[in-house]
Design a protein around this ligand. Sequence first.
Ligand code: VGL
Ligand code: ZN
Length: 206
Amino acid sequence: MLSKTGVLLVVDVQNDFLPGGALAVPEGDAVIGPVNRLAEIFPHVVLTQDWHPPGHASFASRHPGRQPFDTVTMPYGEQVLWPDHCVQGRPGAALAANLRAERAELVIRKGYHPDIDSYSAFLEADRHTRTGLAGYLTERGLTRLFVAGLATDYCIRWTALDARAAGFDVTVVEDAVRGIDRDGTMRAWAEMERAGVQRASSAAFG
Ligand code: VGL
Ligand code: ZN
């Protein structure tokens, strides 16, 4: 399974998404064990980091009268509003201290445009602005993606769907992801399955 075209894509394992963080994902820290194990054995490892400027358009604090988890309409469509999180250079944006991913060959940051969110590691929320990741992977011949990290119903979902649309072979490592919302996570799995995203347990590797 671990052919040299395989790459582990570790999405947003950052302090703000872990217990005690600004946008804590329930059991978010449970992904770290399997991710660490996979990051040792995969031929290639790439990380993403949610990386917002202060006052980012996805922050509820930027929208008077709105609360986190409200939805607003942005020029590019519907946007869920979040607590301030993963602000560039702040401790909440740092990768989890116990993430053992020093073998990672690339860290791709996303969500840094002040007025555009980006759940996907490939395509920002305007569905037009590209992050460059597809080009990087293609140029290096890394065609089989194994996705882990946070959160199943947002960044994992959008990343996996966009990777499929870009022609990659995609597997989500089910015990190495966690979601924010239970129903949203169920819908995300159904949607990913319809798009041809495969699902595997980390026990299937190495
Ligand atoms: C994420 C909400 C806002 C994620 C990032 O990593 O899934 N979710 N920003
Ligand atoms: Zn974010």
